[in-house]
Design a binder for this molecule. Structure first.
Ligand code: HEC
Length: 135
């Protein structure tokens, strides 16, 4: 019985586990291109409606830095920031550079209402996806 219960729990968690990349593709990709070089982005800026995700991730990592030696604290703060920003986008605390804000305007609040698990998953994805990427 215990075994059965355990396997049911495992199955249920894997069924409901949220894939951050899927959340991105469904809710963010229309505006934020996943990967692009800086040169390409600058050349094609007029075709973009938001900064590419690789740039968003790099900029936030540049800005959200504590003196803690491990990355875990910075990653945690990054995730908290992203979850909050996509819930309440606000020019006052956007870390986008002024030129980008002028070009793109503030991010509109998301049309779809994301669950807490979806926000968490997409924020984690945004950090981890670009672990070794540069912009
Ligand atoms: C309708 C277009 C649109 C959609 C959809 C969209 N964004 Fe954005 N986003 C923007 C624009 C424009 C900006 C740049 C201006 C700003 O910082 O608000 C931006 C900026 C951001 C920033 C940077 C904030 C900063 O301080 O630099 C994050 C993080 C972000 N978006 C995450 C997401 C995530 C995650 C999703 C999907 C769940 C998403 N966005 C969906 C348009 C969009």
């Amino acid at each position: 019985m215990r075994k059965l219960l355990l396997s049911t729990v495992v199955l249920a968690t894997s069924l409901f586990a949220v894939d951050g990349y899927e959340v991105y593709k469904k809710n963010c990709k229309v505006c934020h291109v996943e990967m692009m070089s800086k040169e390409y982005a600058l050349k094609h800026i007029n075709e973009l409606s938001a900064p590419p995700m690789v740039e968003v991730s790099a900029r936030l990592k540049e800005n959200i830095k504590t003196t803690d030696e491990e990355d875990d604290v910075d990653r945690h703060l990054f995730i908290l920031f992203v979850k909050d920003y996509i819930t309440h986008p606000n020019l006052d605390y956007s870390m986008c550079n002024a030129g980008a804000i002028e070009k793109f305007g503030t991010m509109p609040p998301l049309k779809a209402k994301l669950s807490e698990a979806e926000k968490q998953a997409v924020a984690e994805w945004l950090y981890d996806r670009y672990e070794n990427a540069q912009f």
